[in-house]
Design a protein around this ligand. Sequence first.
Ligand code: SF4
Length: 395
Amino acid sequence: MEKEASRCGDSENDKPPDTDIDSSDCLNESNIEKTSAATTTVAKSLPKNSIATVEQLSNFVNFDSTARKALSEIVKKYHMLITPYYFSLIKDPNDENDPIRKQCVPSLEELFDNPEEKIDPLDEEGTSVTNILVHRYPDRVLLIVTSRCFMYCRHCTRKRLWQENNVEPTLAEIQTSLDYVRKNEAIREIIVSGGDPLTLNQERLDWILEEASNIPHIQVIRIGTRAPVVFPERITRSLCKILGKYNKLWINVQFNHPAEITQEATEACRRIQKLGIPMSNQSVLLKGINDTPQIMKELCQKLQAIRVRPYYIFQCDEVVGASHFRTSVFKGIEVMEKLRGHTSGMCVPTFVIDGPQGKGKIPVGPQYMISMSPAKVTLRNYNNEVIEYHNPYSE
Ligand code: SF4
């Protein structure tokens, strides 16, 4: 099939919204059938013609028989699913170094066993208080509402959710997790994640957002999704009607390379922004994809231009099958050194290492303080100029 022609469409009656969509027209919408949320978990608007097998992939990418056999083993171990839209962003499907291809097409390097790598590198299971609720920090929780994604990123930290025996959370399990939040008033934020929550049946998503919003001490609900990046058509009129109802909502996305910021992705973000929902981006530092200051600067500047705040750059976690993506920590520091001061502070995310075994996010970056005494601090700026700064007297 022709790549361009294969871009996924949406169902006839659920087209992306017009540019003049007015979310206020849905505020009184009361025709959501809540009971249907219990019976089905998958959204109607899923990509058509996604690439899910090595055979399908072989229609576009040349593999010899040995590679094909190895890839079949990899796909059995770690799912593959590539949306036609995302695949169409690959310039040359036979170029193994293409930054888009690297994120979605399995590589033989995934079979490399590295003893440091784990199926659950952040010990999310060990810090869970229910089977789907991770409570690691005092004031926020992570609610894993699905294990499905529109596309399975090869560097994903949550490969444990891809295992065959993994079943989708039931409504009762989600309710139990929300009950835990209801009883813990120190929790002010729920991160709704997965998998990709936008793969959910919309009634179920609506129900989760409504239940979470109705908890008085919850101030922020954050959805983590890659839909605008890998399946921008998912940001439909009917989805926007649901999202627009909740004024506690933030959306976090994961753009990793400037080539992902297309017209389609920009439009998808704009539809979300028109609902008044703030957007931030969490990139993963990936070897051969975005691990140079130039690429990361271009990405962050493009994100700012589409009003998506660059929030984090993550060091790639020690997850199974991803050692070929992991860079030295020094590389991340070098990237940060070339960002801070060299472009607007609004374009500068925080580089973090997510501590193994659930130790939490630790910011890492260049050192700008050379020395410190009660009388003065000695600093350097982004141009390596040394500055003495008078330290005001304090008790
Ligand atoms: S969208 Fe997120 S959860 Fe899904 S495969 Fe990609 S990184 Fe993992």
